[in-house]
Design a protein around this ligand. Structure first.
Ligand code: ZN
Length: 201
């Protein structure tokens, strides 16, 4: 399965001249929600991810995703693993389990995102799961932006990866894009103007 092609065909892998949330510029951008707008594609991707997790022998009771971005990926992964699916959401800036979602002491929780960049939101969820007595057994994402090390990849962990090093991280593919500081961006030097991907329809 060629993950990059699936993203491209779904219009989820954009090519152009983009301003990333970090402020750096890139010629590529992942619009992760686009790859999940077709439920059949979401199912295929989540099934492939579930097979990696099953093969590793990692036991999972529940998948927990940070809202909003991780919810669909988390739900589909839970379906493929045949386990429960919950999500955490931000209230007044702080991640919380709401809507009656509960976890038991020692419950084995996998934290799932659509894409892991530095893993900040995933780690916020990991923290509340631990505080509630759950055990974080793994992180997972459909796509790894290349800052963290996923199981089975030779991409090394970068200093800005926030995921805990002793917990495995499963993802389908690494998407490592060239990044440029605005003053040093070859596309800017050629006179092109960078756009924020979210601002385009
Ligand atoms: Zn630029």
């Amino acid at each position: 399965m060629n993950i990059e092609n699936i993203y491209k065909e779904a219009g989820a892998l954009l090519e152009g001249h983009f301003i990333l949330s970090s402020g750096n510029h890139s010629n590529r951008y992942l619009q992760s929600a686009k790859v999940l707008e077709n439920p059949a594609t979401a199912e295929i991707l989540a099934k492939a991810l579930s097979e990696q997790i099953k093969a590793s022998g990692t036991e999972v009771d529940t998948v927990c995703a940070p809202a909003l971005g991780g919810v669909i990926a988390g739900y589909e992964l839970a379906r493929a693993l045949k386990v429960r699916s919950i999500f955490a959401e931000r209230k007044d800036g702080k991640m919380e389990l709401r809507r009656g979602f509960e976890i038991k002491k020692g419950e084995k929780i996998l934290i799932c995102e659509d894409i892991i960049t530095t893993g900040g939101s995933a780690m916020e969820v990991a923290k509340i799961i631990s505080e509630l007595g759950g055990e974080v057994v793994a992180f997972a994402a459909l796509a790894n932006r290349g800052f963290c090390h996923r199981e089975g990849s030779d991409t090394s962990r970068k200093s800005n990866c926030k995921l805990l090093e002793n917990i495995p991280f499963y993802a389908l593919a690494d998407f490592e894009f060239a990044m440029y500081e605005p003053d040093n961006c070859p596309m800017c030097l050629e006179g092109s103007v960078a756009v924020k991907p979210g601002s385009r329809t």
